[in-house]
Design a protein around this ligand. Structure first.
Ligand code: ZN
Length: 304
């Protein structure tokens, strides 16, 4: 398998990143954030989640954010939904693509959404019906696919079972989430191969948190298995500032830097993206962990 010539980046900073911020980011600032990201050439942006405002207060203005977003040609805005209520709101807000979520481990699913995995899959069946009726594609996130904070190792058979169930319900893609940043490259290769056999016709996307510094190595392993779609969070935004050890997704600009240096196209303007990463630091009022923005502009090839 050769490395793909072109990779699609799904920016999740406005959702996976901001949802961990305690300080409420005003609607206008959220919209500006997403517009700035779109301005770098990012075409797929997970903009919001439609969750109960008591569960995640940061996302209480999801409908207002979606209503205010300009819809340039080619832009795809995704929204995460936990249930049918969220799906109805997402569809009403003209969301281009819906993301459903279920954990590969029972304990994590219970702590996350207070349901068993089977109950979550039942709920996703309802979301799938609504999405089908509206003509809205939806992807199935499988979180803790590479490890669970409560159960440790997650059997690949469990991931396969859930992935098959999601595909049977109509998922257009499966996103494998390393929610706690515990995966290693060999494990990534192995799980991708297993899923390629189990659900050969469904595209896979990979979502790596960088909690232990292995995210880019895991991206490389996935690239070598032919994966061409990755999530990133600008600046590495995410995690929880009050939970030591929690970290966000791989920083989008670090991911884009590595891909471009490897000769893989993304369609993204890296220097513009670094500018947004710096802007995002001001937005949340603290330094973000992304590395390329710390290296300085002189390190860009072709820079004076
Ligand atoms: Zn995540």
């Amino acid at each position: 398998m050769s490395i793909p010539a072109r990779v699609t980046i799904n920016e999740v900073g406005p959702r996976d990143g901001l949802q961990n911020e305690d300080g409420f980011v005003e609607t206008g600032k959220k919209v500006e954030f997403i517009e700035r990201l779109a301005g770098t050439g990012l075409r797929r942006i997970e903009a919001v989640s439609f969750v109960h405002p008591k569960a995640i207060p940061q996302m209480r203005d999801a409908s207002a954010v979606m209503a205010a977003l300009p819809r340039p040609e080619g832009a795809t805005y995704l929204a995460l939904v936990p249930n049918e209520v969220g799906a109805r709101n997402a569809i009403a807000a003209n969301t281009h693509e819906i993301g459903t979520v279920v954990s590969a481990s029972e304990s994590h699913n219970r702590s996350n959404v207070q349901r068993s995995v089977a109950e979550s899959l039942n709920g996703i069946a309802g979301v799938a019906q609504l999405a089908a009726a509206a003509g809205t594609p939806w992807q199935g996130y499988i979180s803790t696919a590479f490890g669970c904070p409560y159960e440790g190792d997650v059997p690949s058979a469990k991931v396969v079972e859930i992935a098959r169930a999601l595909v049977a319900l109509g998922a257009t893609a499966i996103s494998l989430g390393d929610t706690i940043g515990a995966a290693n490259p060999r494990q990534v290769s192995t799980l991708i191969r297993i899923l390629r056999t189990a659900i050969p016709d469904t595209p896979l996307r990979l979502h790596f948190h960088d909690t232990r510094g292995t995210a880019l190595a895991n991206v490389l392993a996935a690239l070598e298995e032919g994966i061409d779609s990755f999530d990133g969070s600008v600046g590495g935004l995410g995690g929880c500032p009050y939970a030591p050890g929690a970290a966000g997704n791989v920083a989008t600009e670090d991911l884009v830097y590595m891909l471009h240096e490897m000769g893989v196209e993304t369609g993204i303007d890296l220097q513009a993206l670094v500018g947004v990463a710096r802007w995002a630091e001001q937005l949340v009022g603290r330094p973000l962990p992304g590395r390329v923005k710390q290296a300085g502009d002189s390190l860009f090839r072709g820079a004076a």
